[in-house]
Write a protein that binds this ligand. Structure first.
Ligand code: 5GP
Ligand code: ZN
Length: 138
């Protein structure tokens, strides 16, 4: 038996309000929704972080997000969706199985943009940051 809650949802051991089943991906409602229609999209295979996804799982995951975004918004009569991933302990990821949040949004719903979660604590110049990332990609 897996200790991972999302693996247990994928296997059917724990019930969830499933909205889409695909060969490599499952999408279901968050049990503690931030808004009506808050969906979680997960790879069926247990993968802790985005950088651990195999290319085919990454493709399938993002394709499912693309496929779900419009219908989730329309089903709830929303104006848009905030789509996000907490990636790693330090970000507030509570379940170490990659999951994409799709949260319907409405004008004046009281929530902010992705920018509002950051206190804008920047210490380095763009060229040095750019160089460091390009080097890490080599
Ligand atoms: P995180 O903070 O890791 O990005 O988000 C994890 C999400 O999983 C939370 O929004 C939480 O409400 C949701 N969640 C935790 N346990 C369960 C569960 O057993 N079933 C469902 N459907 N969602 C869960
Ligand atoms: Zn898992």
């Amino acid at each position: 038996m897996s200790a991972c809650i999302f693996c247990r949802i994928v296997s059917g051991e724990i019930p969830a309000e499933v909205v889409a089943r695909e060969p490599e991906v499952l999408a279901f409602l968050d049990v503690q929704p931030l808004a009506d229609g808050h969906v979680l999209v997960v790879p069926r295979a247990h993968v802790p972080r985005v950088e651990d996804l195999k290319p085919s799982a990454a493709d399938a995951l993002f394709r499912a997000v693309v496929r779900l975004a419009g219908p989730v918004r329309e089903a709830l009569g929303a104006a848009g969706t905030t789509i996000g991933i907490n990636n790693g302990d330090a970000t507030g990821q509570t379940i170490p199985h990659v999951h994409v949040h799709i949260v319907p949004r409405w004008p004046k719903d009281g929530a902010g943009s992705v920018h509002t979660i950051f206190p804008r604590n920047v210490k380095q110049k763009l060229p040095e940051v750019g160089a460091a990332i390009r080097k890490a990609l080599d």
